[in-house]
Every structure is written in structure tokens, then in C-alpha cells.
Design a protein around this ligand. Structure first.
Ligand SMILES: Cc1cc2nc3c(=O)[nH]c(=O)nc-3n(C[C@H](O)[C@H](O)[C@H](O)COP(=O)(O)OP(=O)(O)OC[C@H]3O[C@@H](n4cnc5c(N)ncnc54)[C@H](O)[C@@H]3O)c2cc1C
Length: 369
């Protein structure tokens, strides 16, 4: 049986970043990932809270190097501009895989071990603690601390007996990656309409753009129906329709998720294993980076003492559920207003959209159009 200080299940943004911080803190860390590499699919935006965390750990330069930086999003309703939201520090756009790879590559210098294609057979519990992990190929891993950074279906969360509460959103999300057009390169635009459709178009790099479409209910329109539906309210991105005809659309199920506890015994949950909010808040990754920072401090500060770890997790990490709960509530409230211009404008909060859990500035960053 192999032993380590900390076993992290999942090599997404949360797992890799936590592994890096713990490796820097002198911990022997093993990351167990079921896939052949770090995950390829995920979010694109890092906002102020995440940028500040990356800066604190000397990573912002590496992330910014290939990223796009934007500082305005324009919102439309039924084809008419309704507001512009300005980001005083800008926000970064970098494809998820690239972002995670930057952090994963930095882990090598800290001696973090990664086991890829490593499926977990079961997690052996001993009272409230996870004693060891048994992999499908028979290998066993004993760890002082176990972190579930293994996404919404987290095996660690299930082993801890922590029940999740999931609420599906009343719309389907479709996404396509298409060649970048001039209008998408010019500005990030987010459209809503009275039927409850929404669409967000933004560049992901110098050549490609991402187009998200949200459709109310279970509607499964054909591509021509989808394009006709978009044409009726996506007004300032006419050239996008030159490339959308050939787009390969992917459907992404989205739901909010809350859990009643983020830790038990020697184990804790991180990132999408712990919470999920509406993707249109654009804050999931930024909060996850901050959570990993808090978790790393708790684990390193405990120095291998289970009682100190328990106290640090309770005192410093559990309160994160309040910040996440506020973000989830906000995403839920916004998602219920997409069809209604005035309700959307009333519900929109620049503090959560722009600053998240970092202190907001007094200035006004939203301009009504
Ligand atoms: C459509 C969409 C858009 C989003 N947009 C944004 C955005 O713009 N900005 C933002 O900040 N956030 C956004 N988010 C949220 C963001 O993607 C998450 O907050 C972030 O990816 C969480 O990272 P993670 O490491 O927890 O999870 P993941 O990246 O999902 O990583 C989990 C890893 O665990 C592995 N795993 C799972 N089970 C096991 C197992 N049993 N054994 C071993 N490995 C396992 C998986 O293979 C995966 O590699 C969005 C989310 C969605 C769904």
C-alpha cells in the first residue's frame, strides 16, 4: 500500500490548484484522476476573486500570457441594449483545459504525483474518516487527508454520506465553438428575450469563439429552428450567423447543487463536488480557487493533527457554504428573470457579478442603456 499526506480525487481546476499549494507547503500529495489527462471541458472565465488568488500565488502572469482580457459585457433584451457592466480589473478568458494545464505543469516542481486513468473502486471508511482508497486495478492508497475534487457526482462525497440537493434549471444549455467573427471579437454580448431564450457570444482565443444558447423547457429545436430563434433577438452579431450554420452544438445539463457539509473526519469536498451555481454567474472557478487556498491553509496549518484539522475545517472552510449559498441563490434568482427585462435589471447585482466574494468598490459599474 502507498502512503501520502493528502490524496486528492480529481485533477480539475480545484484538485490541481490545491495539489500545487499543498506541494509548496511540503505535503506529499497524490492526485487520482479517472481520465487520461486533466479535464478538457469546463469554464472559460476567471474574474476578480480568482485573479487575486492566482496573483497571490505567483500564477497570474502564466495564466494571463495566453489569455484574452476583457472589461465590458453588454446586455440586450428582445434585441435592444439594456445595460453594460464594466469590470474595473478586467476578467480573463482562457479555455479551461489550458488554464488547468498551467497549474498542472507547475505541480511537477512541487513533487505532486498524478495517477491518470485511475478509477476508484471504493473508499474504505473507518468511522468518520476515509482510511484508504482502493483503485480499480487493485492499488491501494492510504492518506492522512482525502479531498473530493471529483465533480458533481463525487465518489468522495458519497463515501462520506453527504447528501446533495440538486435543482435542475428550467432551461437547456447548448454550446458551440465556432470561428471568431469581427462582432464577437469586438465585445462580449449577452442576449435575453421575452420567450426566455438567452445567448452569450464571446471570443476564447485569437481564432475561436464560444456561443452559448439557453432554451426554456425541454425544447429540442433543429439547427434551422435554433438559428431562426436566435436571429429574432441576437441583433448586433449579424456575422455570427455566417459561422453558426455549421456549428456542432453540444447540450450541457445544468443544475444548482448544495450540500449540508463540506467536511467530515479527515475528508473535505472542493469545487463542483461541493457546490454548483448557474454558469451565467461566471464565478464557479473563481470561488473554487479561493476555496482551495483556504483548504490548503487548513491542511498545512493542522500539521497532521486530526483534531486541529477538524477545527480548522469547521472554522475556516465550512463558512464558505454561506458565500456559495449566496451565489447559488443569486444565480437562481437571475435565471428566473431572463424573459422579463425589468425583473432582470432589478435582480442583477454588480457586487456578485463583478466582485464575487472580494470586497466591492463603492463606484457604480453598471450603466443602463
Ligand atoms: C456550462 C458551464 C459553464 C461554466 N462557466 C463558468 C465560468 O465562465 N466561470 C467560472 O468561474 N465557472 C464556470 N463554471 C463552473 C466551473 O466549471 C467549475 O466551478 C469548475 O470547473 C470546478 O472545478 P472542479 O475541479 O471542481 O471540477 P472538474 O473540472 O469537473 O474536475 C473534476 C475532475 O474529477 C474527475 N473525477 C470525477 N470522478 C472521479 C473519480 N471517481 N475518480 C477519479 N477522478 C474523478 C473528473 O474526471 C474531472 O477531471 C461553469 C460550469 C458549467 C457547467
Amino acid at each position: 500500500m502507498t502512503s501520502c499526506d493528502v490524496a486528492i480525487v480529481g485533477a480539475g481546476l480545484g484538485g490541481c490548484f490545491l495539489a500545487l499549494l499543498l506541494g509548496r507547503g511540503g505535503k506529499h500529495v497524490v492526485v487520482v484522476e479517472q481520465g487520461p489527462s486533466v479535464p478538457t471541458a469546463g469554464a472559460d472565465f476567471v474574474k476578480r476573486p480568482g485573479m487575486q488568488v492566482l496573483a497571490r500565488h505567483g500564477l497570474i502572469g502564466l495564466v494571463e500570457r495566453q489569455a484574452l482580457k476583457r472589461d465590458v459585457v453588454r446586455y440586450y433584451h428582445d434585441g435592444q441594449p439594456i445595460q453594460e457592466c464594466r469590470y474595473p480589473d478586467g476578467f480573463l478568458i482562457r479555455p479551461y483545459r489550458e488554464l488547468v494545464e498551467v497549474i498542472y505543469s507547475s505541480c511537477a516542481m512541487e513533487g505532486v504525483e498524478f495517477l491518470f486513468d485511475a478509477r476508484i473502486d471504493h473508499l474504505a471508511t473507518d468511522g468518520d474518516n476515509i482510511g484508504h482508497l482502493v483503485l480499480a486495478d487493485g492499488r491501494e492508497l492510504r492518506a492522512g487527508v482525502v479531498i473530493g475534487a471529483d465533480g458533481t457526482r463525487s465518489a468522495v462525497r458519497q463515501a462520506l454520506g453527504v447528501e446533495r440537493k440538486t435543482t435542475a434549471y428550467p432551461h437547456l444549455l447548448r454550446v458551440a465553438t465556432v470561428p471568431l467573427t469581427a462582432s464577437i471579437a469586438q465585445l462580449n454580448r449577452l442576449y435575453f428575450d421575452s420567450r426566455g431564450w438567452f445567448s452569450y457570444l464571446y471570443p476564447v482565443d485569437q481564432d475561436q469563439a464560444r456561443v452559448f444558447v439557453g432554451l426554456p423547457g425541454e425544447a429540442e429545436p433543429s439547427t434551422p429552428e435554433l438559428l431562426d430563434g436566435l436571429r429574432s433577438f441576437v441583433t448586433d452579431n449579424a456575422d455570427a450567423f455566417d459561422v453558426l450554420g455549421n456549428a456542432a452544438w453540444q447540450t450541457i445539463p445544468i443544475s444548482a447543487m448544495r450540500v449540508p457539509a463540506y467536511h467530515r473526519g479527515n475528508a473535505a469536498l472542493l469545487g463542483s463536488a461541493a457546490f454548483a451555481c448557474h454558469p451565467m454567474t461566471g464565478m464557479g472557478m473563481s470561488y473554487t480557487l479561493h476555496d482551495a487556498e483556504i483548504l490548503a491553509e487548513a491542511v498545512i496549518g493542522a500539521g497532521g493533527d486530526p483534531a486541529r484539522l477538524e477545527k480548522a475545517l469547521e472554522d475556516a472552510y465550512e463558512p464558505r457554504r454561506r458565500a456559495h449559498g449566496e451565489l447559488i441563490d443569486y444565480g437562481d434568482a437571475l435565471a428566473g428573470t431572463y424573459h422579463d427585462r425589468d425583473a432582470y435589471l432589478r435582480t442583477f447585482r454588480q457586487d456578485l457579478h463583478v466582485f464575487g466574494d472580494t470586497p466591492p468598490m463603492d463606484e457604480q459599474f453598471v450603466t443602463r442603456l
